[in-house]
Design a protein around this ligand. Structure first.
Ligand SMILES: Cc1cc2nc3c(=O)[nH]c(=O)nc-3n(C[C@H](O)[C@H](O)[C@H](O)COP(=O)(O)OP(=O)(O)OC[C@H]3O[C@@H](n4cnc5c(N)ncnc54)[C@H](O)[C@@H]3O)c2cc1C
Length: 458
């Protein structure tokens, strides 16, 4: 749906306060792309509701009028997840940005979905608490829930799904439901909260949530470990994970990416296969013991350098550089787009996957940077090219396809954290077999007209 008629515009305006609805072209264009090259259809309008009631009346109206609806957080997805593929109405949740109730003694917080992760952590930090899932980008809580986002600390702290206790969700026809409870555990009925986490806005709009929080660790220790061979670095990942050392972050980087980081940020890191890791503990003494053991294990795997005890400033710089890897790649290849591989496999298969992925990049003579949240078995390859150059882009897609197929063969997944969106729909049948049909039945039950974020997952 490309345009609303005057009656629809008047009606949509009447459901919201002033300045909460726009059909202006610049606003519509701002809600057409995430960071991927996936194309959508320009939405007919954008709404910025502030309350659950406003979302409910919007969806009751759009459902009656058969208007497609796409929820929108910060638009930082990588697979076209919030791209409006059939135009219609984009519901931008960023004005629902209240931290409603922070309960430090329960380690819980109630928030609206448009609260940004960094803003939430600033507030929680005053109480010595934090919300651990960290996708790097400053995403909204609603977008993180919808994508089940995770990041560098997931290896110790888990993904977004591990922190969502309760949800208020407005279903596609406008009914509001509440899932979950505030008790730390429950075995009561179907876990509807988990059904909505990771559903990418295809089943309804999250308008409120209760999140679990964690205590900010008092002591950290960051280390960089270098190897001559990629095989050795990725083997060390499996060994560290099996050792009970419980790293809080365990990231693999390959020389090409480190070179770009050095060029941009003058980090002076050795340009060899490397692990960036971090440990959290209750005292400096326990962390030193942990680091000694980690060094011993890595040296047994062939590590050539082990540098720990980096200063707080260097530690922050190191993680900032890692978080900005995608931006660094983009800045090094201006005017190019990226196709991001996000496969995940069991830890024992990780070393083979890393080698296989690098071989794929080399065999296609492509520009691609292999790295990943190694401790989670999550492998990224950022492939660089121009989607308009069909021949070049076909090679990048072939690399993605080969890596995903290998990951699925190994019992893994096509996406460890970015979600399916538009880009990974083609792998759903291969990964899920007949349970993909059950997912579709659930979608049809909740959204029989197929209006909620159409063209995603299915
Ligand atoms: C540089 C960079 C690095 C990244 N690294 C990581 C990473 O390490 N790990 C990771 O997991 N992700 C990563 N991402 C991807 C992205 O940041 C996350 O997926 C994030 O959770 C998206 O949140 P958002 O607020 O931008 O949501 P959007 O992109 O706006 O939306 C995401 C999905 O959520 C839906 N949605 C939004 N709000 C709601 C709501 N209230 N109710 C229902 N559905 C809703 C949308 O329709 C869409 O399907 C990265 C992105 C960038 C740009």
């Amino acid at each position: 749906m490309k345009q609303f008629n005057t009656g629809q515009i008047d009606q949509l305006k009447s459901l919201l306060g002033p300045n909460q609805f726009s059909t202006g072209e610049s606003n519509r264009r701002l809600h057409l792309h995430d960071i991927s090259p996936h194309q959508g259809e320009l939405p007919a309008g954008v709404a910025w509701p502030r309350t659950t009631e406003e979302v409910a009346s919007l969806l009751a109206y759009t459902y009656g009028e058969n208007i497609p609806v796409t929820p929108w957080g910060a638009g930082t997805s990588t697979e076209g997840n919030p791209v409006p593929s059939r135009g219609g109405l984009v519901v931008d949740l960023t004005q629902m940005d209240c931290i409603i109730d922070l309960r430090p003694r329960d380690l819980q917080v109630d928030v609206q979905p448009g609260v940004f992760r960094k803003a939430l952590n600033r507030e929680c930090g005053r109480h010595g608490l934090f919300f651990p899932p960290d996708p790097g980008a400053d995403a909204t809580i609603g977008g993180m829930i919808a994508n089940n986002a995770s990041g560098v600390q997931t290896v110790k702290y888990g993904a977004t799904k591990d922190y969502v206790m309760r949800l208020t969700v407005v279903l596609p026809h406008g009914e509001t439901i509440h899932t979950g409870c505030k008790a730390p555990k429950s075995s009561s009925g179907y876990d509807l909260t988990r059904l909505f986490v990771g559903s990418e806005g295809t089943l309804g709009i999250v308008t409120e949530t209760t999140l679990r929080l964690a205590g900010i660790p008092v002591h950290h220790l960051a280390a960089t470990i270098t190897f001559n061979q990629l095989e050795a670095a990725s083997e060390a990942v499996a060994v560290m994970m099996g050792s009970g050392l419980e790293p809080a972050a365990l990231e693999l980087l390959t020389p090409g990416l480190i070179r770009l980081m050095n060029q941009e940020k003058a980090l002076g890191l050795p340009e060899t296969p490397s692990l960036f890791c971090e440990f959290h503990g209750i005292s400096a003494a326990t962390l030193e013991e942990t680091a000694d053991l980690a060094e011993e294990l890595c040296r047994d795997c062939g590590a050539t350098g082990f540098s720990f005890g980096v200063t707080e400033v260097d530690r922050k710089e190191l993680w900032r550089a890692r978080h900005e890897a995608w931006e660094t790649i983009h800045r090094a290849h201006p005017k190019k787009e990226t196709l991001i591989v996000d496969a995940a496999v069991p830890i024992s298969s990780y070393p083979q996957m890393v080698i296989f992925s690098q071989e794929q990049v080399d065999a296609h003579d492509a520009v691609g940077y292999v790295f990943g949240h190694a401790g989670d078995g999550n492998l990224h390859v950022v492939l660089v090219g121009d989607p308009k150059d069909r021949e070049e882009w076909r090679h990048l897609e072939a690399i993605n396809e080969a890596i995903v197929s290998r990951a699925i063969e190994k019992g893994g997944t096509c996406t460890g954290e970015h979600g399916i969106g538009i880009g990974k729909r083609k792998y759903m049948r291969q990964e899920h077999g007949s349970s993909y049909d059950l997912m579709k039945q659930i979608k049809d039950l909740l959204d029989p007209k197929g209006l909620m974020n159409p063209g995603k997952l299915f």
